[in-house]
Each structure stands twice: as C-alpha cells, then as structure tokens.
Ligand binder design. Sequence first.
Ligand code: AVJ
Length: 333
Amino acid sequence: MTKPHRIDMHVDPINREESLISDVQQGLSQRPRSLPPKWFYDAAGSELFEAITRLPEYYPTRTERALLRECASEIASLTHAETLVELGSGSSEKTQLLIDALLAAGTLTTYVAQDVSESALLGAMNDIADRYPTLDLHGVVSDFSAGDFRDGLRSLPHYPDSLLAFLGGTIGNLVPEERAHFFAAVRQKLKPGEHLLVGVGLIAEETDMIAAYDDAEGVTARFNRNVLDVLNRELGADFPVDKFRHVAVWDRANSWIEMRLRAVEAMTVEVKRAELSLHLAEGEEIRTEISAKFDLGSFLAELEVAGFSRVTDWRDPMNRFALILVNAVPASI
Ligand code: AVJ
C-alpha cells in the first residue's frame, strides 16, 4: 500500500540528453578519456549497483550498515534532527536505520531524498512511505554536481534542524577540487549548528580494495559496461559493449580506485547524437569512475577548511570505512 499523497516528488528540469552529450563530447575527446560515473545509474545500472552491494567482495555497504546500526541512536541524540536530507540516496536501505533512531528519539518529521536515478528514487520512496506512515517525504531527482554543486543543490528544499547524510563512500567519486566545491556548497545549504554525516571508504589492504571493484562473479564488470549501453541507447552510439574489458586499478599516488573500460581491439565508434566519431586503439582505455579512499585525519581537515567541525566519528574494526559526523560552524568574519 502506497500513500502517494504524502510523497512529494520533484524532477529537476535538467535536460538529460543535453548534459549527457556535453559530458561525452568533453570526456571522450580528452586524454585520458573519461566519462562521469553518474551515467552508470539508469534503471539497469541502479539494479546492478544494488547487486554489487550484496557481493562478498564489496565490503563498503555492509560495513557502513553495521556502523549505522551501532551509532544511529547516538547520532539521533547528538543531532536532534527534524529533517533528514540524503544525497545520492539510491535504495535508501541503510537510511532506515537512521530514520528508526530519529523517530525513536521523537525529533524526525521529514525525509528528503535526492538521487540521479528516478527509478531508484521512486522505488525507495514507496518503500519508505509504506514503512513510515507518519513521515513527510520529498523526493528530488537531480544531478547534485550541476554548476559546481551550487545549482545542483539549489532544488533541495531546506527545513529546520537538518541532518544531511551522504553515505556509501560516494564522496570518493569526486576529485579533490570537486570535493572542495561540494563541501562548500553543502556548508552554504546548512545553518550553523546543523549536521553533516558522511560515509567514507578508508585506505585498506590493496587486495581487498581491488577485489571490491573487481569481483569474481563479474557483476562490477557488467555495471561498468552498462555505461556504454546507456550511450548506445540514449545517444544512438554503436559501442560494441562486449569488446570492452573491465579494469580496476589502485592509484596509490591519488589514493583512489580507478575503473576503466579497455578496448580489446581497435575500433571506430559513432556517437550519433553527440556528432562524435571516436577512434580507439587496441588496449586504449576510458576512465569511468574514481573511488577515492581516505586517511581519516586528512578527510577531516578538508571538512574543517569548508566550515565544518568534527563532532565524532566511528570506524569498523578493520578500519576500512568510517562515518563522520560534523556540524556547520558560523562563517568567520
Ligand atoms: C556508489 C559511488 C559508492 O564507488 O564504491 C561500486 C560505486 N563502483 N562498485 C563506489 C561502485 C563500483 C560506489 N559508490
């Protein structure tokens, strides 16, 4: 049973095709060739990501869930949040632990969920509506990275006493400069005293990190190649998807896992609606995602530069993932 009268859905008027075309024209004509990871998440890609979260090798999701289970009630008593705002909410599955704790504490009235995938967000909102008949729900389908994150975050409604959650380690998809813009835009969105909760992957054993992005069953490989299906379908491209090999490498200098698609033979690809003809040599690669892993101290330093101050943090026993709670400090004069 769904209660659609309480679910308010907002779809940002972004022209999906236009922004896909501009990302493709920019990313594929540059060296190294790259595509932004947000294009993974059509309906099929969002489902493949959910399948990744259940893989034995992919430890981030279950580690974060275990941490949330442990610390959710503490988060509730530290924040007294009335509104939970989540960026990149996906299935909102782990979020339910936070919602449960904030409802038990008696403060939560509203859940605002933002995601780039309309199908994932609709599914999540229906689940949440069924489970939590008293919550006000707002769903926002948008690209939070638009316009250096300023434009992207504008369509998010702001309510009093917000806790903004950015879970899963998705912050790792941003390069350092983007992270600085992201934190600054989030800080602008919050009032002094309001909280930000971030889930971050920590630097772990290289073999564990690689396995998490190159699983034995090949689900991550399918997820990676799915971005080419998106280009084929939405831009009339003719990528021979099975002629690409999934590659995951640990870039130690940048402290990130890089996913790439490697052309196994030379090819010319037409991306019709981007008016792009692309020649790839045998072995040439397209970077499709970075997933940075952090040292907790330097991550906190980035947050402090942006106007946040540490409240507390939690780490799993293997030190592979952290949840960090910070609050917005008044802008200095
Ligand atoms: C959803 C961005 C957190 O970077 O770990 C999973 C996406 N990529 N396997 C991540 C992903 C390959 C995931 N995030």
